[in-house]
Design a binder for this molecule. Structure first.
Ligand code: PRT
Ligand code: ZN
Length: 288
């Protein structure tokens, strides 16, 4: 008998909607409401723990959850401070992308971090960076409103998460160095190749299928037979397009799964190389 799978996801916050969408698109039916901390899937033997993102690495490391979804920034900070965090990223999920970056006031003359005071919610990652680069500096841990610290005189610069950059702009700060890029990841204590539970392997395959599908498009177009090579080369990330002869005019239909974005510019280039009736369709699921 296969045992139940437990997955920990963020209960509310920036990761919640995309984590829920990924599980639902992977065929796990469940509903969340209000303060519910445990959701049972109605169609699969899966429990979903709804928790704060900071608790996810330890829940997975302790084996309370088999899998978890968390930002690489949170996992890396916790792993840098606590040896008991054994959970590792096994799959990049492509959402909640951001970077952990140093920023200083617009009018600051700061040129290096040497002997400066840095405010951050990620002290372990900042200290690791400083020690790796042989920089001597003070690090102060601040949990919220890190952006305010240079103006109240307690720090020379900050190291915080940035996505659009609007918060830095609004606080007259300018980014000057990226410490790490981050996105949501699936975590487990077991490397994906070593996972033995077949139901977990199949679930991870479904996650991969949803992620790959989100980036892929199915392209169909018509072309003259003598333009096939030129056109196939222009199809982004297409492995081996299907060529189907048309009844008339020595023409063919070309069908391809494009694993990279298909922009209007790509379509215009295809057209100027002899393609016509170009259709770009969304892909819902891929199982390799
Ligand atoms: O309540 P809980 O503890 O579960 O959640 P939380 O409040 O600790 O985290 P939450 O929901 O704010 O963020 C969860 C994860 O989303 C983070 O750990 C990151 O992996 C990811 N993420 C992606 C971000 C951002 N983008 C982001 N922009 N987390 C925070 N921010 C903040 C940043 O700290 C800064 O204050 O947004 C502001 C900057 O945003 P921009 O767009 O103005 O640059
Ligand atoms: Zn948190």
């Amino acid at each position: 008998m296969q045992s139940k799978i437990t997955i920990a996801i963020q209960r509310k916050g920036r990761l919640f909607e995309s984590s829920k969408k990924l599980l639902i698109k992977s065929g796990i039916n469940f509903s969340t409401s209000g303060e519910k901390l445990l959701a049972r899937s109605s169609n699969m033997d899966i429990d979903i723990l709804l928790v704060r993102d900071d608790d996810i690495p330890s829940l997975v490391s302790k084996g309370v959850a088999d899998l978890g979804i968390v930002g690489q920034n949170v996992l890396a900070e916790q792993a840098a401070t606590n040896r008991q965090i054994t959970a590792k990223s096994i799959l990049k999920l492509g959402f909640s992308k951001c970077k952990l970056a140093f920023a200083k006031p617009l009018n600051s003359k700061l040129r290096s971090l040497k002997n400066k005071t840095i405010a951050t919610s990620y002290p372990a990652l900042v200290k690791k960076y400083l020690s790796k680069n042989n920089i001597n500096a003070d690090v102060i841990k601040i949990n919220g409103s890190v952006e305010l610290t240079p103006y109240i005189g307690i720090a020379d610069c900050i190291c915080d998460l940035v996505s659009s950059g609007a918060t830095l702009d609004a606080n007259n700060l300018i980014e000057f160095k990226t410490l790490m890029e981050s996105e949501a990841v699936l975590i487990s204590t077991v490397e994906s190749k070593k996972i033995s539970q077949i139901n977990i392997i199949n679930l991870i395959k479904r996650f991969e299928g949803v992620i790959n599908a989100a980036e892929s498009k199915y392209v169909m177009l018509n072309a003259q037979s003598n333009a096939i090579d030129k056109i196939c080369k222009l199809l982004p990330g297409a492995d081996s397009p299907t060529i189907i002869p048309l009844q008339k005019d020595n023409k063919v239909a070309i069908h391809a799964l494009c694993k990279e974005p298909v922009f209007w510019e790509t379509m215009e280039k295809l057209k100027s190389n002899g393609a016509s009736s170009i259709l770009v369709l969304p892909v819902e699921k891929i199982l390799n």
